[in-house]
Design a protein around this ligand. Structure first.
Ligand code: HEC
Length: 239
């Protein structure tokens, strides 16, 4: 018996498959747009780079966000000498002692016009030690807690999605090796991608694997969606 193909489907099946494929197609485009916007917000440059990925999972361990801010975008609000005070305090590990006498006056004078609840700017609040301290720690990227949470949601969610997608795609008429590749590769890619999040937290070089696995996943999904949508309605039964 010949394997089942799209032309064997009833109209109801075709409608079900088509609407599902269109919805995940839209989801796919939204995921791409989201990645684009997030990556622009990170470094002002469009496109997801190895640096962006490394910054998310490994962090920026060369310094704190507070130091980066007063050397960078916030440099105009603080004098040279005051900056040295704050940097020295940060190098000491931003301890509670010293904050009240040396740091708070500088911050009160220069920063809280914008960085306080009273200013109602939605910016981080620097009127308290706790508020400032959050930005005074070395940025080690996403926590293992968040990674675990994200991983299990991704593994369950994406593998179910890929299962349904692959189930439909199997009804297409393409080279059998190409079909096997397209069905298997995104599953492997999801696993490698998520494994690489954890590896990137340990060593930023794995940001490359995250990107390659993401690209393989994206490519295979796009091919399965496009081929299935086309063949659902245009594949002719061989005579
Ligand atoms: C005129 C208003 C204004 C003043 C004064 C100001 N800031 Fe900011 N600050 C902002 C705005 C707006 C942002 C958010 C946009 C951005 O990140 O560039 C921000 C963001 C920050 C951030 C977050 C950066 C990040 O990693 O997300 C830090 C830290 C910061 N400011 C520190 C300071 C310090 C320290 C001072 C005082 C020396 C200061 N700011 C003074 C307006 C101000």
């Amino acid at each position: 018996m010949a394997a089942r193909r799209f032309y064997d489907c009833t109209v109801s099946e075709k409608l079900l498959y088509t609407s599902f494929l269109l919805l995940i197609g839209v989801g796919y485009l939204m995921a791409i747009s989201y990645l684009y916007v997030v990556s622009v917000n990170k470094d002002g440059k469009p496109g997801l780079s190895v640096e962006d990925v490394a910054a998310s999972y490994y962090g920026n361990r060369s310094g704190t966000r507070l130091e980066a801010a007063i050397r960078g975008p916030m440099a105009g609000y603080i004098q040279e000498e005051e900056r040295h005070h704050i940097v020295a305090w940060l190098k000491d590990g931003a301890p509670q002692e010293g904050y009240q006498q040396q740091i708070k006056p500088v911050v009160d004078k220069n920063c809280i016009a914008c960085h306080s609840k009273a200013a109602a700017t939605n910016l981080p609040d620097f009127t308290t030690y706790q508020g400032l301290h959050e930005f005074a720690q070395v940025d080690t990227g996403m926590s293992v807690m968040s990674l675990l949470k994200l991983s299990h949601i991704h593994l369950f969610g994406i593998s179910l999605l890929l299962f349904a997608l692959g189930y439909i795609f199997i009804l297409s008429e393409v080279n059998v090796w190409f079909k096997r590749f397209l069905v298997l590769s995104p599953m492997v890619a999801v696993f490698v991608d998520i494994l690489s999040w954890f590896l990137t937290k340990w060593d930023p070089v794995y940001a490359y694997t995250v990107l390659v696995a993401g690209a393989v996943l994206g490519f295979s999904m796009a091919m399965q969606i496009v081929i299935s949508l086309y063949q659902l309605w245009f594949l002719k039964r061989p005579s």
